[in-house]
Design a protein around this ligand. Sequence first.
Ligand code: RI2
Length: 323
Amino acid sequence: MTDTDPAPAVGETAESIATMEIRGAATIASAAAEALADQAEAAADAEPTASDPEAFRASLRAAGRTLRETRPTAVSLPNALRYVLQRMEGDSVDALRDSVVDASEAFVRQLDRAQEDLGQVGANRLADGDTVMTHCHSTDALACIEAAVEQGKSISAVVKETRPRQQGHITAEQLRDIGVPVTLIVDSAARRYLDEVDHVVVGADSIAADGGVINKIGTSGLAVNARERGVPIMTAAQTIKLHPETLTGHTVEIEMRSEAEVIESEEREAIGEITVENPAFDVTPPRYMDAIVTEQGQFPPESIVTLMRELFGEGAAEPWAEP
Ligand SMILES: O=P(O)(O)OC[C@H]1O[C@H](OP(=O)(O)O)[C@H](O)[C@@H]1O
């Protein structure tokens, strides 16, 4: 390992995030924070980083860049890197290592606690006997349903499969595991089943300053249909999903994934010359979302900017950048 090569564990985590073996905004954030701790341990053991605090810092920044480049949309990833790298401090390599490891552990603990707390808030929106519709697989959304079940409420679920990667299957299995009766449907059946549901619960990869919710592709159409049917829809999102760069007018990059997730190559060749596009996320305008449920309470989407300013100020530092 040189002073700019990330430790093997960081490379593996980055690869797993890029290939979506590690996926879901919160899970990606924990994995990134843990990878920085791995980098700190490895750099404190290898030359030249073990004896040169500046080289140690540079190696942590390089690891941050490697992790940052994996997926562009979920802001929990750069927010995790910010949290840990901004707390890197000390004059010796040992002190620097300890500060990174401590910050990484504190971040993961905070993430778990936030999910539990937001679960309680989201559960309060659900009533005994409710049927919820889900989209994709969100640990924050599931925390709300699980907390409602723990409160003794009887909840059923209509689970959208969520093409192209079918993360709905993970949701279906996890809901079954906590005793929630599940009906799995194809995405295009959602509007029909909205007549049978009381609440739509989704997660988020990023929340913009105007209250726009960036989540798995298909969320915006679901939200528009839910509004037309009079079914309330909430986004369960820890504050780590608030996107600080949108405070200064930046938009959130929507990840375009491989066409191989959409169509098999033989089938594509058989069809002939066509374009295949595979955007992973879309933006639901704030007027179609009833509430954003966070660990700090629930908010109308339009008011989330106040919380964002409180937590992130006006800027979004990039502590992984070369000085
Ligand atoms: O943080 P939690 O709530 O677990 O997940 C949040 C969101 O992350 C997922 O993205 P992907 O499957 O990684 O593309 C979904 O869009 C999901 O709603």
